[in-house]
Design a protein around this ligand. Structure first.
Ligand SMILES: *Cc1c(COP(=O)(O)O)cnc(C)c1O
Length: 340
């Protein structure tokens, strides 16, 4: 876990705070809830992709790239953070956005992350749902090479072993914080999508022999597929870190009961979680990832999945810029009545 061996551009605001959520804990009358604020990583409203991009952009610069190609869904937080890194480092950014949700809402199509991609100067290409995004990146790269450019491709979500180093490093940061605070962490929970966050965390937590169980709340794929994706990437990440074989299959646990209708489609549980965090803690979640992750956390607390004495840490992976793409979702008065 000697991260200084890897190329890295240090642009994240680290360490991110680890804070108690007292009002939410009291409202739910469950275990003590804590939050690790990776929504505060600093680049263009923050989020989890920033830790990955420190290592990915480090490699891009080491390879003398002058343009970065990446991809995601229309309201991708990863694309927005990549565009911000490129702006900061003086590289071009070519973003390919997949119309994964097929939403016709003008806010979804133009506001939130899409507005910020353009503001950071990214070139944006929109493609239909179910486009082969890996091939689309390769095509864009070939075209840029033919123009004399040196492209660097970052996969969706920045989820490869290089990006996942950022979350192995986050495990180290979190365990150090907990030790300094005298906080015994019972469990770490977060939203899991393209798998890099969970793969990095599980590798780091294992390499440190932390004994902290990790739970990913899925936002897209079914459980088997999600866990297989995370495990495959964790194995490669462990190799990269010099501790091959350290993660076992049982260390990788995903709960995909909160996906709802599908990726990028919030349901009543998502909206309730976003409202509860906003009103009890003054913290902004998002409708695609952290809102679903928090909906899982809240539901599990209500189902008494945890002991009252436990300390549960929710990793806030960011995404609040996406709220502005979902204005209509919050237009109607909600079903939730919050206690005073
Ligand atoms: C990308 C993202 C996630 C999921 O992280 P992965 O590494 O892709 O699994 C969670 N929350 C937010 C806000 C994200 O943008």
């Amino acid at each position: 876990m000697h991260f200084a061996r890897f190329d890295r551009i240090r642009l994240a605001h680290l360490p991110t705070p680890l804070e108690p959520m007292n009002r939410l804990s009291d409202a739910l009358n469950g275990p003590r809830l804590w939050i690790k604020r990776d929504d505060c990583t600093g680049m263009s409203t923050g989020g989890n992709k920033t830790r990955k991009l420190e290592f990915l952009m480090g490699e891009a610069l080491a390879q003398k790239a002058d343009v970065v190609i990446t991809q995601g869904a229309t309201q991708s937080n990863h694309v927005r953070q990549t565009a911000a890194f490129c702006a900061r480092l003086g590289l071009e950014c070519h973003a390919i956005l997949e119309d994964r949700t097929q939403s016709k809402d003008p806010d979804y199509r133009m506001n939130g992350n899409v507005l910020l991609d353009a503001l950071h100067g990214a070139t944006v290409e929109h493609v239909p749902a179910d486009t082969d995004m890996v091939a689309a990146c390769e095509t864009a790269a070939a075209e840029l090479r033919s123009k004399g450019k040196t492209p660097y491709i970052i996969p969706g979500g920045g989820s490869n072993p290089v990006g996942a180093l950022g979350y192995a490093n986050c495990a180290l940061e979190l365990v150090n914080q907990a030790n300094e605070m005298g906080l015994k962490i019972s469990r770490l929970i977060h939203a899991t999508g393209s798998a890099g966050t969970q793969a990095g965390l599980v590798t780091g937590l294992r390499a440190l022999n932390s004994g902290i169980p990790l739970l990913g709340i899925g936002v897209r794929a079914p459980k088997e597929k999600q866990e297989a994706n995370v495990f495959a990437l964790a194995q490669k990440t462990a190799e990269k870190l010099g501790c091959p074989g350290i993660v076992s299959r049982e260390d990788v646990v995903a709960n995909t009961d909160y996906v709802g209708e599908g990726y990028g489609i919030p349901n009543a549980g998502t909206v309730e979680a976003i409202e509860m965090f906003a009103r009890y803690e003054g913290i902004l979640l998002d409708p695609v990832y952290s809102g679903k992750g928090a909906a899982g956390l809240i539901d599990l607390v209500r189902k008494n999945a945890f002991d009252a004495a436990e300390n549960i840490v929710f990793l806030h992976t960011g995404g609040s810029a996406g709220l502005f793409g979902y204005r209509a979702t919050f237009e109607e008065p909600r079903l939730v009545t919050l206690a005073a």
